[in-house]
Design a protein around this ligand. Structure first.
Ligand code: PRP
Length: 206
């Protein structure tokens, strides 16, 4: 039996689709109030977690493996092996701001984001000093309310930006979901993990 932590929310449908196509599960994992879903017929147990917590469950070994976006992995780093790019949950992390607004040159720029580490790295490599304001979500509010000059956030369809009068200024990185595996599991249940990876890769090429 393998325990797999999957991200709740918008990428669960694509995760189900891939797992079914790969022949790893027969029926989809349904998101409801139940957070641990047993699938004895597939020799699997699923944990439905907030995306940002998936690496934590895997790192501590309460989940053997997890499926989560590269954005989260960049922010949280280490303590697991990253095995496969699953090519689902395609989006990008971008610098965005109020449409057509010019900010004063030379002033300290304020950036609101849920990705403080990635944002700090990005501006460090540009040699630009910024003040980072951490927000948990609905980051688009910050420039609208004058809390920040810009945001660094996920852009998928671009609808949230458009509906709030914001625009994408610079793409920082493309994001897709990855399969991550607990380091001990990787060595102890190697055969099972290899099988899953093989099936996923076959599923991806179909
Ligand atoms: C994410 C992201 C943007 C939005 C982008 O938010 O933070 O707000 O999706 O998607 P779009 O380009 O398709 O409009 P999410 O819905 O995950 O919630 P959050 O704002 O609480 O992070």
């Amino acid at each position: 039996m393998l325990t797999l932590a999957v991200s709740k929310g918008r990428i669960l449908d694509e995760t189900n689709e891939l797992l079914i196509k790969a022949g790893i599960i027969k029926e989809p994992v349904i998101e409801g109030r139940k957070l641990v879903i047993e699938k004895p017929e597939d020799n699997l147990r699923f944990i439905l977690a907030k995306p940002k917590d998936v690496p934590t469950y895997v790192q501590y070994g309460v989940a053997d493996a997890g499926i989560v976006g590269k954005d989260v992995l960049h922010e949280k780093g280490k303590g697991y092996y990253e095995l496969t790019d699953l090519k689902i949950g395609l989006c990008r992390l971008s610098l965005c701001g109020i449409k057509d607004k010019k900010n004063n040159q030379g002033e300290m720029i304020r950036i609101a984001t849920s990705y403080p580490n990635v944002t700090a790295d990005y501006f460090r490599t540009k040699g630009q000093q910024v003040e980072i304001i951490y927000l948990n979500g609905s980051v688009e509010l910050a420039p609208l309310l004058g809390l920040s000059d810009y945001i660094v956030d996920i852009v998928s369809t671009g609808t949230t930006l458009r509906e709030n009068g914001l625009e994408e200024l610079e793409k920082i990185e493309d994001i897709t979901c990855r399969l991550i595996v607990n380091q001990a599991t990787y060595h102890l249940k190697n055969k099972f993990i290899d099988e899953i990876v093989e099936k996923l890769e076959r599923g991806l090429s179909q």
